[in-house]
Design a protein around this ligand. Structure first.
Ligand code: ZN
Length: 272
């Protein structure tokens, strides 16, 4: 009877993008929540309904990646929330699945990989060390309309210039000062002559600060993923994917592509 129910209603019971986005919001009506979903899988496997559960998980995977408006694209809107929700479903799935022999469920690894990739949204990109004194540009919110902002960015993007002198009225100087945090720049105002001169000195700490922030995100995600470590996911994913997605081993160092990028800029590196 149970097998019949799952078999005939798998498409309704499968998890959808909408379900995942709202996993923490109590459901009304026909939609199912994460707990009900994993309880259903648990019960199905206990009864030996492997084929039906495989169909259910396969449909869930298709629901989550199925069209152009995929879960991964949707997650750009609120990546942290999507990552938290994916983690929530992963933990629930692991606790209900690890009690069973899941070798017969071929579609499971795809779903688990997708959810693990989703949790990585909590981790930004590994920061890139820029050559010389070059900084990332900063937006004053006025885009190309702001000539002072453009001048500031010229200085920020320069790999050779550590110091910039900007003589202008108080309001124009203040406009730029708001976008120059004290932990990255030393700011002085020279009051000889009019207008006064804002002196901006790069402290050379941008990369260190970004790396510290990244490492903090990495530590936090490693903590989140700690309960998922173990033979269940290792057997399911294989060593390489397990190391990458659960242990985050490759995330602790710069991606291999950054070496290629720096090779493209030998002139910049030589002048540093
Ligand atoms: Zn501006």
């Amino acid at each position: 009877m149970f097998k019949y129910i799952i078999g005939s209603a798998a498409s309704q019971l499968a998890f959808s993008k909408h379900d995942l986005e709202n996993i923490r919001i109590p459901k009304i009506g026909s939609t199912i929540d994460g707990e009900q979903y994993t309880a259903l899988i648990d019960r199905g496997l206990s009864l030996g309904a492997f084929e039906e559960i495989n169909t259910l998980i396969s449909l869930t995977y298709e629901n989550l990646v199925g069209d152009e408006d995929s879960l991964l694209n949707q997650a750009h809107r609120s990546p942290i929330r999507a990552a938290d929700n994916a983690l929530c479903l992963l933990l629930a799935l692991q606790s209900s699945l690890s009690r069973h022999n899941t070798h017969a469920i071929g579609s499971l690894a795809d779903l688990i990989r997708l959810l693990l990739q989703q949790t990585r949204q909590k981790l930004g990109e590994y920061p890139t060390k820029l050559p010389g004194w070059r900084h990332k540009p900063r937006s004053c919110g006025q885009g190309d309309m702001c000539k002072d902002g453009a001048e500031l960015n010229k200085f920020l993007l320069s790999q050779d210039d550590m110091v910039w002198r900007f003589s202008a009225s108080l309001s124009r100087r203040q406009h730029l000062v708001h976008h120059l945090p004290g932990d990255l720049f030393k700011l002085n105002t020279e009051k000889r002559g009019l207008p006064h001169t804002l002196v901006v000195i790069k402290l050379g700490k941008e990369f260190d600060q970004q790396l510290a922030r990244y490492n903090e995100q990495l530590r936090s995600l490693q903590e989140d993923l700690q309960p998922l470590k173990g033979h269940f996911l290792l057997d399911l994913l294989g060593q390489e994917k397990y190391d990458e997605l659960v242990c985050l081993n490759s995330s602790t160092r710069p991606p291999a592509t950054s070496g290629v990028t720096s090779l493209k800029r030998p002139a910049e590196l030589i002048t540093v």
